[in-house]
Design a protein around this ligand. Structure first.
Ligand SMILES: O=c1ccn([C@@H]2O[C@H](COP(=O)(O)OP(=O)(O)O)[C@@H](O)[C@H]2O)c(=O)[nH]1
Length: 339
C-alpha cells in the first residue's frame, strides 16, 4: 500500500553527565548537526543500571526506541557510558525491531583504559552487529580488525566538528600556547618549563601545581572561542610528556581539542603521532613536532608573516568545522554506502 512507511534516520545521544563533560558535549554536537539533516534523536540517560531488573530494562529500551520503525537507520554514538552490556542490549533491541545499525565508534574503552581490556570481546561482538562502522582513524579500524571486527564497510571520521554561529576575533600573532582539557589526564602541564607561555583552560583540580602556567578555569564554548580566537597556537598533546611513552590509544583517536582550536581559527601544534598530523601538515595550518621542546621552538621561531599565512590557510577548514561539514559528510557517506 502506498505511503505506509518512510525510512527515518536516528542518532543516539547521551544525557545525565555534567555539561562540562566532553563526551556529552561532543555527542550533543553530533546530534545538532544530525538534526539539520532531519535525523531524529534517541535520547539515552546515563545511570547505574547494575541492579535494574530485566523487565524494567526492557521497558526502558522500548521507550528509547519508540519512534523507530523496521528498516530505519540508527547511528549509535558509542559508547553511551552505560556499560557494554547495556549498549549490547540496546543494539539487540534495535535489531530485533528490524533497524539497521551504524556504529559510530568514538571511544573504545577497552583500549582507552588498560583495566577495561578484558571487555574487548563484548565490544567487538557489539560492533559486529552493525552494517557499517565509523571509526576515528584508519589505524583504529586495523586495530579493531586485529581484535576480531568483521564489519567490512567502514568510514573514517578524521575530524570532529565544533559548530560556531557567533562572531569571533581575527587571530593576531602572539607567541603563546593554549591548552584545553581535563589536566588530570595531561601531567606535562604541571611540569611546563619552556619560554612560551602556556594558557590552560579546564576544570580546576585540587592539589595541583598551576604555578608554571596561566590557568583560566573552565570556559563555556562562547567564552572559549572568543579567548582562543584572539590569537596564539592551540597545543594538542597526549597523556605522556615523552611521545615514546604514549600509549597507542591517543594515536588512533580523533582529538576533540584539535577541532576546537581550528574552529577558533588559530594554528595548531600537534605531536607527529596524531592520527590527523598529516592533515595539519598538508594544509599548512600549524606545526607537527616530536617533542614539547620542539613545540616551544616552533612558536619562538615563527614569524608574524608565517603565522598570518597559516591563519589564512585555515579559513577553509575553519568554515568546514564551524558548519559541521565533517560530520555531515560522515552521515551522507554512510547513508550512501548502505545497500
Ligand atoms: O575551559 C574549557 C576547557 C575545555 N573545554 C572543552 O574540552 C575539550 C578538550 O577535551 P579533551 O581534552 O577530552 O580533548 P581530546 O583529548 O579529545 O583532544 C575542548 O575541545 C573543549 O571543547 C571547554 O569547553 N572549556
Amino acid at each position: 500500500m502506498k505511503g505506509e512507511w518512510k525510512m527515518n534516520v536516528h542518532v543516539t545521544n547521551i544525557y545525565g553527565f555534567s555539561p562540562k563533560s566532553v563526551v556529552l558535549i561532543s555527542q550533543h554536537e553530533v546530534r545538532n548537526i544530525a538534526r539539520n539533516l532531519g535525523f531524529n534523536e534517541l535520547a539515552v540517560y546515563i545511570y547505574d543500571s547494575s541492579n535494574e531488573p530485566m523487565n524494567e530494562l526492557s521497558s526502558r529500551y522500548d521507550g528509547i526506541i519508540a519512534r523507530v520503525s523496521p528498516g530505519d537507520v540508527v547511528f549509535f554514538q558509542s559508547p553511551t557510558w552505560n556499560g557494554v552490556d547495556w549498549d549490547n542490549g540496546l543494539v539487540d533491541k534495535l535489531k530485533a525491531y528490524g533497524c539497521r545499525v551504524v556504529m559510530f565508534i568514538q571511544d573504545v574503552q577497552p583500549l582507552q583504559f588498560e583495566s577495561n581490556y578484558y571487555l574487548m570481546s563484548k565490544f567487538i561482538s557489539m560492533y559486529n552487529k552493525a552494517e557499517i562502522v565509523i571509526v576515528p582513524s584508519e589505524k583504529m579500524y586495523c586495530r579493531l580488525v586485529e581484535e576480531g571486527l568483521t564489519v567490512k564497510k567502514y568510514i573514517v571520521q578524521h575530524m570532529w566538528d565544533f559548530t560556531v554561529d557567533q562572531t569571533l576575533y581575527s587571530p593576531s600573532f602572539k607567541r603563546k600556547l593554549y591548552f584545553t582539557g581535563d589536566i588530570s589526564r595531561f601531567p606535562f602541564v604541571e611540569n611546563w618549563h619552556y619560554n612560551t607561555e602556556l594558557h590552560v583552560f579546564g576544570n580546576k583540580m585540587e592539589n595541583y601545581d598551576y604555578s608554571k602556567v596561566h590557568f583560566g578555569g573552565w570556559l563555556n564554548k562562547t567564552e572559549l572561542l572568543l579567548e582562543l580566537s584572539k590569537g596564539g597556537f592551540g597545543l594538542v598533546w597526549g597523556n605522556q610528556e615523552n611521545p615514546k611513552d604514549e600509549p597507542d590509544y591517543y594515536k588512533m583517536n580523533c582529538s576533540y581539542k584539535l577541532a576546537s582550536y581550528l574552529s577558533a581559527g588559530i594554528p595548531v601544534i600537534v605531536p607527529d603521532y596524531l592520527s590527523n598530523a598529516d592533515f595539519v601538515k598538508e594544509n599548512n595550518i600549524g606545526f607537527v613536532v616530536s617533542s614539547l621542546e620542539e613545540a616551544n621552538e616552533m612558536v619562538q621561531n615563527c614569524t608574524e608573516d608565517n603565522y598570518n599565512q597559516m591563519v589564512s590557510n585555515l579559513k577553509h577548514v575553519q568554515y568546514l568545522i564551524n558548519n559541521g561539514y565533517f560530520t555531515k559528510k560522515l552521515f551522507v557517506d554512510t547513508i550512501m554506502a548502505l545497500d
